[in-house]
Design a binder for this molecule. Structure first.
Ligand code: 5RP
Length: 223
């Protein structure tokens, strides 16, 4: 099976976790795009979605799924999103699509995070994928120096030769050379550095379930 087929498989499987009659939280990325396509087949059974990015909002709306403001909703029963890496505790690295801040907000307002991913995302230790960190641009150099002090190389993500600007008007640093052996402590520490908007470690908002696409079918991991 191709990676695209595995993504479609888990995107479809995630429908089992959508509660009819309830608003669903929707993440961002190529795997979530498959989920959004599948969700359109049951759009008459849900009031709508809370979205984690401008890109997902556009896709949801194009398929006729209403998108609600996160402030208009108290709690969501489920949030469906992908990951760049996930470990055996359900801790993740996210933000490859630069949507990490809004993803963490929607994850935090959801009772259950259901991660959808192909098996290449399952790792023993987080950190092989360059860690995305959303920063306020005036703090870039300082945050780069702080990562350098812990052995990481933080590079400003570019788009068309210029710093990529996120949905929130900020920049992304991609940090290589880290081995994140204590994701909870790491997330807490980096999040309190001045100028860091969001670190792409999702340990405090970890997955409750991972639907992993494998050659043998969908494997369900519970954390
Ligand atoms: C976007 C994300 C995505 O969930 C992550 O990058 C995985 O994306 P894909 O499903 O395309 O592999 O965190 O900010």
């Amino acid at each position: 099976m191709t990676q695209d087929e595995l993504k479609a498989l888990v995107g479809q499987a995630a429908l089992d976790y959508v509660v009819p009659g309830e608003i669903v939280g929707v993440g961002t990325g190529s795997t979530v795009n498959k989920f959004i396509e599948a969700l359109a087949t049951m759009k008459d059974r849900i009031p709508g979605a809370v979205s984690s990015s401008v890109a997902s909002t556009a896709r949801l709306q194009a398929l006729g799924i209403p998108v609600l403001d996160s402030n208009a909703v108290d709690q969501l029963s489920v949030y469906i999103d992908g990951a760049d890496e996930i470990d055996s505790n359900g801790y993740m690295v996210k933000g490859g699509g630069a949507a990490l801040t809004r993803e963490k907000i929607v994850a935090a307002q959801s009772r259950r995070f259901v991660c959808i991913a192909d098996e290449s995302k399952l790792v023993n230790v987080l950190g092989a994928f360059a860690l995305p960190v959303e920063v306020i641009p005036m703090a870039t150099r300082r945050v780069q120096r702080q990562f350098a002090a812990m052995g990481g190389l933080a590079t400003v993500r570019l788009k068309d030769g210029q710093p990529l600007v996120t949905d929130n008007g900020q920049h992304i640093l991609d940090v290589t050379g880290l081995k994140i052996s204590d994701p909870l402590a790491f997330e807490s520490e980096v999040n309190q550095w001045p100028g860091v908007l969001t670190v792409g470690v999702f340990a405090h908002q970890k997955a409750a379930i991972c639907l992993l696409g494998t050659a043998q079918g969908v494997k369900t991991l519970q954390f």
